[in-house]
Design a protein. Sequence first.
Length: 368
Amino acid sequence: MKGFVDRYLSPGFVLMSVMIGGGFATGREIVQYGGQYGYKGWIVGLTIALTFSALCVISFEVARKFQVFDYRSHLKVYAGPLAHVYDIIFFIQSLLVMSVMASATGDILQKTMNFPYYVGVLVIIVISALLSFFGQQLIEKFAVAGAVALYIGYITFAILAIYGRTDNIARVFAEGDTSYVSGELGIFSLIWVGILYVGFNVQPLTTAFFTCEKFKNRREAMVSGFTAGFIIIIPWVLTYLALMAYYPDENVFGAGVPWLIMMMNVHPIVVIIFGVIAGWTLVATTVGVMNAMTSRIDKQLAENDKPPLKARTRTLITTAYLVGAILMSRFGIIALVDKGYTAMAIGMVVSFILPLITVGAYKAFVKK
């Protein structure tokens, strides 16, 4: 059973545990990339599911075939000089994701558990630093256990948000309601929105490469890739359905943390539980991103015949990076998601997705 989990489920769970912070945790991301389009949002969701599954299959097979388990080595297989562009985007985007999560977590813990804003964030810093100190093996266990807990949490939140409001979901789809946005919504525009969402959230894919070391053959890499795509899309669907239960309520769709507004309509205890889980997502996202970044640094050091980073140095880098994200978080969630996510998504499409689905796919599946 452990071998089955390691090969077929662990990559998806690690990927989802990192992605959930920037992709699902606040609900703001799903409003921006799907929810605001009402009943037509399903087209965005389908695009996300199919695109992510394809990217996971190709990238996992590249990792297995060429034995490249850090993102620097992985990109060198197919991206050429664009690998350096990816490095820059990775650094900026990581800071942006953690800024969004720091802002959301500080606000949520303050509103749900009466934590002073910076006390809540300080707790997150300490936990993230400790996990970084103890290394990759503990990070993987934390990610898998955390992903299961997050799944249970978000399934519960979705059920609670939808309960008693299914009539509104039915109305949205029956009437073809897209009233929150103005203008005509063409199918290609909606597909592009889905691609942008994948573009921004593809970065966590590189944080899961270390789990590909367990693959023994192409079949395992491909099945794991398809499974990962399925694991990823479930939180999106749950959040989307919960939002449709309130569509087009400005109080929810105009909020920085739509999930928090929806949970406040349920019960105060549920709000507190949501606060704890939101804090967990920031830890999972931070640790996953920083593990990928420090692994990339280790690879560079090895190429220069220098020893890898010590645990203490990894911890200091994680702490400093998170502090920088917290300072940046004061710009506000809505502005960060609206402006920053789109710009970074386009950069990821150019520097990572296009090289992967062309050169990467050819080298993984065609070239001997």
